[in-house]
Write a protein that binds this ligand. Structure first.
Ligand code: GLP
Length: 255
């Protein structure tokens, strides 16, 4: 990976299966909670994260980790959906994680599309002391959170228009007669980069192109994930399918 800022700052961990990558991410989060019981986590949604949350719930059930001191901030949410709507990210988080861990619900935050919601969210993150560990997935078009291609490096939490490709991919999360919302609220690129540590999970062949551009293309707003190259503490957990398009001998950085 010479030629990008990534070489100095990132750790790429390649696992044989998506499940193993998910387990690594779950264990990394659990270790963070053990190290600092009042950690501030940035949380993500999407299919990739389901396995991570399943593992975290199991670790919790075994008594291997506690979330009692956790404060969390989710990356993003659709505009116009109630938290009770099963397709909302709030409902996803409730189903996949929040309902099964010992966290204080009052400290688990998602952004909302209210008029002053974005500025309030930034202020809440700052008041918490900032995000210790930000969990990220990656969209097929290189988005992180809902920072679609064209997002600026200095962007903060805001309302965005979703790209047609994102809406098409995410249609699977909605009933067939329900359109995917056209707008969402997302932490910005700068919000994400402010996190002290970032862990990106990318699994499956559908992510291979986006991951190659994120890690090896020059930093550019058309691939928002490429801004991660500038972060001083980035870990990328992947399976073999997701690294298939990397050029710079990823075999050297196995598991
Ligand atoms: C979404 C989310 C992202 C997520 C991405 C990939 O819509 N806003 O935070 O990383 O898409 O999701 P998946 O893991 O389902 O591929």
């Amino acid at each position: 990976m010479t030629g990008t800022a990534l070489a100095q700052s990132a750790t790429l961990r390649i696992f044989d299966t998506a499940a193993a990558a998910e387990q690594f991410v779950a264990e990394t989060i659990a270790a963070q909670m053990r190290r600092r019981s009042n950690s501030v986590l940035g949380l993500a949604t999407g299919n990739s994260m389901r396995g991570v949350y399943r593992q975290l719930v199991q670790l919790r059930q075994r008594g291997a980790v506690s979330f009692a001191g956790l404060t969390s901030f989710n990356l993003d949410e659709y505009c116009g959906l109630e938290a009770t709507d099963p397709s909302s990210f709030a409902a996803y988080m409730q189903r996949e994680l929040f309902s099964a861990i010992d966290a204080d619900r009052a400290r688990l935050h998602l952004p909302d599309g209210a008029a002053d919601g974005a500025a309030r969210y930034e202020a809440m993150i700052a008041a918490s002391g900032g995000i210790d560990l930000q969990l990220l997935g990656i969209g097929q078009n290189g988005h992180i959170g809902f920072n679609e291609p064209g997002s600026a490096a200095g962007s903060r939490t805001r309302i965005v228009d979703l790209a047609p490709r994102t809406r098409a991919v995410n249609a699977a999360d909605f009933p067939s007669d329900t359109p995917v919302p056209s707008r969402a609220v997302t932490m910005g690129i700068a919000t994400i980069l402010d996190s002290r540590r970032i862990v990106l999970l990318a699994t499956g062949a559908a992510k291979a192109q986006a991951l190659a551009e994120a890690l090896e293309a020059p930093i550019n707003a058309q691939c928002p994930a490429s801004f991660l190259q500038t972060h001083p503490d980035l870990t990328i957990a992947c399976d073999h399918a997701a690294v298939a398009r990397l050029q710079h001998n990823p075999e050297a950085r196995h598991g």
